[in-house]
Design a protein around this ligand. Structure first.
Ligand SMILES: *Cc1c(COP(=O)(O)O)cnc(C)c1O
Length: 355
């Protein structure tokens, strides 16, 4: 049976990315060695890193003065590396979900944090708009898409102080004005690649300003200087990132990804709003185009499990909501097709017709 993968991360990748990566795992560039066996310092692999970096710069239109890094440790390690490299005295955090909350907790190891606003009291169903940003904070940290709760900024905030963003679950789904940020980071397993590599974009002239001694691996300057090759980088995840970026470029770039994201989300939210069984959980103006969260209306609550069984019987995978929200979550990253979304919508309609 054909599977429709709505997993929140690791998530669906374009089929050709998986196939091309599989080929290179068997025989890298015709060398007779697996991609898993070659030296990361070989010229063939250096070309992979160089092209990946160039494509990220091109697709996100990154201005001069920024470095693109491929690191290990996931976005969760960046929760710590960001304050280690940027927090001098005090940092501001906007609490829009549990990832944002975790990021702030890690920053407290390095100095004072100010939570400028939070939507925790409403189970993070909206993005706070009323807040003041302390002028004396070293940076403002935001999470542009809240993967668990299905809310998203979808635009680049104007901040009077340096802006830093966790874009793990919506990077490369729209054009970004990188010049507004001092740093952007993203675990790859939502929209860029398989798990194992973390993309970090940093503004070079903002590095090296903190007073603390930084361990070598934690200091971004180490990786800037060595072009992400200070130690062995995650070779296979970087290769699959390259394949994904080639795919994004071929399909029309970040602008086209944005158009498709709107198209998919309009179809799915349209059905959620129409269908008598369901309602969306996020405030309408903050709805994420990436993670579409919905629950069963109260009078149909006992149909949750039957609905999950019903869709899984049709090959629809990964639509169970996160335990902290319940219900359902359909994650629609770049690789998700309109056909896939229509297939889910059809299942929602057919299930509704039974009741
Ligand atoms: C998934 C996710 C993370 C955690 O990423 P890891 O790579 O598993 O550490 C952090 N932030 C956001 C917004 C996420 O969606």
């Amino acid at each position: 049976m054909k599977k429709y993968n709505f997993n929140p991360g690791p998530s669906m990748l374009p089929r050709e990315v998986i196939e091309n990566t599989a080929k290179q795992i068997l025989n890298f560039n015709g060398s007779g060695l697996s991609l898993m066996e070659v030296s990361h310092r070989s010229s063939d692999f250096q070309a992979v890193v160089d092209e990946s970096e160039a494509l990220i710069k091109e697709l996100l239109d990154i201005p001069d003065g920024y470095s693109v890094l491929f690191l290990g440790g996931g976005a969760s390690t960046q929760f710590m590396e960001i304050p280690a490299n940027f927090l001098i005295k005090k940092a501001a955090y906007l609490n829009t979900g549990s990832w944002a909350d975790k990021a702030e907790k890690e920053a407290r190891h390095f100095g004072e944090t100010v939570e400028i606003a939070s939507s925790k009291e409403a189970n993070y169903t909206y993005i706070p708009k009323e807040y003041s940003i302390p002028a004396d904070a070293d940076y403002l940290h935001i999470t542009t898409n809240n993967t668990i709760y299905g809310t998203e900024f979808r635009k680049d905030l104007d901040s009077p102080i340096p802006l830093i963003a966790d874009m793990s679950s919506d990077i490369m789904s729209r054009p970004v004005d990188v010049s507004k940020y001092d740093a952007i980071y993203a675990g790859a397993q939502k929209n860029l690649s398989m798990a194992g590599v973390t993309l970090v974009i940093v503004k070079n002239d903002k590095l090296g300003r903190v007073p603390r001694e930084l361990p070598t691996m934690i200091d971004y300057r180490t990786h800037v200087k060595k072009g992400s090759m200070f130690n062995t980088p995650p070779v296979v995840p970087i290769y699959s990132l390259l394949e994904t970026m080639r795919w994004v470029k071929k399909e029309g770039g970040a602008k086209e990804m944005d158009r498709r994201a709107h198209e998919r989300a309009n179809i799915l939210y349209g059905e959620i709003d129409r269908n008598k069984l369901f309602h969306g959980t996020a405030k309408e103006e903050d709805r994420s185009l990436m993670n579409i969260c919905f629950v069963m209306n109260d009078e149909y609550k006992d149909l949750e499990k039957p609905f999950l069984d019903f869709v899984s019987g049709r090959g629809i995978v990964g639509v169970k909501g996160h335990r902290s929200v319940g219900g359902f979550r359909a994650s629609c990253y770049n690789a998700m097709t309109v056909e896939g979304v229509n297939f889910l919508v059809k299942a929602m309609k057919d299930f509704e017709a039974k009741y």
